[in-house]
Structures are given as C-alpha cells and as structure tokens.
Design a protein around this ligand. Structure first.
Ligand code: DOR
Length: 427
C-alpha cells in the first residue's frame, strides 16, 4: 500500500514548506500515485520531519530482557518519533566478537520496530584489558563504545583509536576517569550533595578523560564522538577541538539541558551516570547546542526494573528512560520559551546524527528512505511514564506538562506509531 501525506509542513534545509509527500515501497517518491491504491493521510498543518535518530540507547538484549527488549525498546523509540537508534553494547554477551554480535543482530532482525544500528565494544567484555575483534564487527556496527565505563588505560585507548581509524569507524566514548571518582557517589559533587550528605561525582572525572582523548585524536586522526557530556569543561574542550579541526563530535541528553542538581528529588528516577550537574553546566550545554559544539541530542535511554530503581538517589542503579518524552520536553522547555530554535533541536535529533554516523535518511527528497516523524505542536498533555511502551519507567520528567506530541512515526514506509487524536484523523 502506498501512502500520501497531505496538508503537512515539511522540514527541509532548516525551514518548513507546505508540500505533499508520496511514499511507495519504503521510499519518498515525486511521481503522482494512482489514487485508488493510496492511503491518504490529512495532517492538518502538523510538521513532517526526518525521523529522529537516537545515537545512545540501551536495548538490553541479549542478556537483560527483564529491563527492556529489542521489541519494547524500539516500540518506545517509534512512540517517541525515532526511526533509528544506535544500541549500546553493555549486554550479555558483550558484542566484542562477530559471534557475540550475531546474537544481537539476530534479535534485531526478528524484533525491531525501527532501524537499529548496534555499537561493538571497544574492549573484550568492556573490561578494558584487550581490544575486541573490531575488524570482524566493523561492517555491522555504527562505531565502537565501552559505554557504561570509561577506557582507563591511555595505551588501550590509543590502540583502539588507531584500529578504529584504519576501519573508518568512530570511537564513541563514555568518558569517566575512575581514579577521580569517590566510591559510593550518588549525585553531582555540588550544592545538593553537600546539603544532603551524599557522595558527589566531580565534573573532573568526565572532562579529564575528554581532555586525554582529544590528545589521542590529535595523534591518531580517529573520528571521535563523546557520549552524554554533562559538564561546562567538556563543552569548552570540545569547542576548542573543533576549532582546531579535529574530527570530534558529541552529544548531550535532554535531562542535562533542562535540569540542574537543584531539581533533584531523592528518587531513583533522578539517578544516572553522569549525574545532572549545576546550573552553570546546564547553561554551558545549552550554549554548546546553540553554537554547534554539541551535535546531537541523545537520550541515553537506560531502562532498569522498578526494583533496581527503588533505592532512591543513593542506592538505585544508574539510568533513566528517555525515548518517549524527549521531543515534547525539548520543545516545551527550550523551544517555546525562545531559548533554542526549533531548527537547532531538529538538526540535533535528525540531521547531525545521520551525518556523523553515515546513516541513511535525513532529507525529505525524491528517492530518500521514507523514515519520517509527524509532530503535533498543539497537543498539551502530561507525561505519564505508566503509559510508556518501554519496560522502564524511571524518568525525572514524569508528571511534567508538555505542549506537543509525536503524532506519527513512519519507518521504511510503514506506519510504526500513530496517535493523531481526532475523529477526522481516523486511519
Ligand atoms: O546512567 C547510565 N546508565 N549511564 C551509563 O553510562 C550506563 C547506563 C546503563 O547501562 O544503565
């Protein structure tokens, strides 16, 4: 069945234009389709944008299907407007060889609702002791990451960058220098930690490793993407590396752009790694997004069971879910008040991630893959984690009012999610 999306405002080259989009056999086509074979969807001025891409998602399979599965995680992605996600390798088995990766690829082929591009691990078992079989995995992965852990050894990271460079794949780094981290940290090492007698995670534990890695990028020429940056120092280091012409990119999450440690409650849904930091850090991250230092907004969707998140700030596992509320939060908190232009948010969600990782899509033109997201900017609602498709429920944004919603997600020409919400919209 072919589709015709009519009456929508299409995001192309940073601006919106009113035009119809015809979809046939998974692609956008400019030819007019014979009306009798076409399902026509009237969009009533809603926005049509290239499908969002989240380059930092934990789908938890194989190994931890009680937290999330490829099916539930990608259903959550579809509901959040994502047509592609990059899946992190802290799994069981860790994808550190082609054999181990195969288990994950099989699950993705069978169960994914949107495109999934896995990362291979940098080191065997993410243990930091020996390089994974990066060469064998390279054709099947978006890049290499030991996310969840920093690579502690300088020489190991140098060797990883040399090999990744020869394979033309990026290193995607979780930056965390364990020597600078006190045992039992729960929150950012700032005002909240002091006031509540909690052990603090210092900013330095992140940015010192960003700093080390930038030196290694200078030596090796490897493409290097920094995960979930949370500190003002990381922003400054990456800004300077870009100005120097180094192949460095980065992401941050909606929670780091919107919250500060003054917003914390003693609940597991406020605990993640890195932690939410100070207002000065949040402001620097917004500044970095505005000036292009920060390329991507990625949620670090990291589901855990209710029990694993029931220990408050001090004893819950690190990780929050993000896929199903990222866009409404970003729009309501950053775009509507005039802090960040909508085009900047959209570029960080759907254009830059594809450019960095060489993923298909990102333009709405004849012949492009029909991976599209329809947004309703006028759809006030309250975020209710109880209604999430994800098996994870922990989000600091539960109960927040937002003004907009994802109305439809089309992946490979198929409607993978829709919630158009009016009688006349009935499909
Ligand atoms: O909060 C986090 N959760 N940060 C990470 O780096 C890992 C992730 C997880 O896998 O749960």
């Amino acid at each position: 069945m072919s589709l015709l999306l009519t009456g929508g405002a299409v995001f192309a080259d940073g601006a919106f234009r009113n035009m119809d989009i015809a979809i046939d056999q998974g692609r956008i086509v400019s030819v007019s389709l014979p009306r009798e074979d076409v399902s026509v969807i009237e969009l009533h001025d809603r926005l049509i944008v290239p499908g969002f891409v989240d380059v930092h998602v934990h789908l938890r399979e194989p190994g931890f299907s009680y937290k999330e599965t490829v099916f539930s995680g990608t259903a959550a992605a579809a509901a959040g407007g994502y047509t592609a996600v990059c899946a992190m390798p802290n799994l069981k088995p860790v994808p550190d060889s082609l054999d181990h990766l195969q288990a994950q690829l099989d699950l993705i082929r069978k169960n994914a609702n949107v495109h999934v591009y896995p990362y291979g691990a940098i080191t065997c078992g993410e243990q930091g002791q020996a390089l994974s079989d990066m060469a064998a995995m390279a054709p099947y992965v978006a890049g290499f990451s030991d996310d969840g852990k920093g690579v502690q050894s300088d020489s190991m990271m140098r060797a990883a960058m040399e090999l990744a460079k020869s394979l033309d794949k990026p290193i995607v780094a979780h930056c965390e220098d364990e020597r600078l981290l006190p045992k039992g940290w729960a929150v950012h090492d700032g005002a909240f930690a002091k006031a509540h007698g909690l052990v603090g995670n210092p900013s330095e534990s992140e940015w010192r490793q960003v700093e080390r890695d930038i030196t290694l990028v200078r030596e090796t020429g490897c493409r290097y993407h920094v995960c979930h940056i949370s500190t003002k120092e990381s922003v400054a280091l990456i800004r300077a590396a870009k100005a120097e012409g180094l192949p460095v990119t980065c992401e941050t999450g909606p929670h780091y752009l919107v919250l500060t440690d003054e917003d914390l409650l003693d609940e597991g849904r406020f605990r993640m790694n890195p932690p939410i930091r100070s207002a000065a850090d949040r402001d620097a991250l917004v500044e970095g997004l505005l000036d292009g230092t920060i390329d991507c907004i990625a949620t670090d969707h990291a589901p855990h069971s209710a029990q694993e998140k029931a220990g408050g700030l001090s004893s819950s596992l690190n990780g929050i879910v993000g896929l199903e509320c990222a866009f409404p939060i970003l729009y309501t908190q950053l775009v509507e008040p005039g802090i960040v232009p909508l085009s900047t948010v959209l570029n960080a969600l759907c254009v830059n991630p594809r450019n960095i990782f060489g993923l298909p899509g990102g333009t709405i033109t004849d012949g492009a893959p029909a991976d599209l997201t329809v947004i309703d900017l006028n759809r006030p609602h309250v975020i209710d984690s109880g209604s999430f498709r994800s098996l994870g429920r922990a989000t600091p944004f539960d109960g927040w009012g937002v003004s907009c919603a994802v109305a439809m997600t089309i992946c490979g020409g198929k409607i993978v999610y829709h919630d158009l919400n009016t009688q006349e919209d009935a499909l």
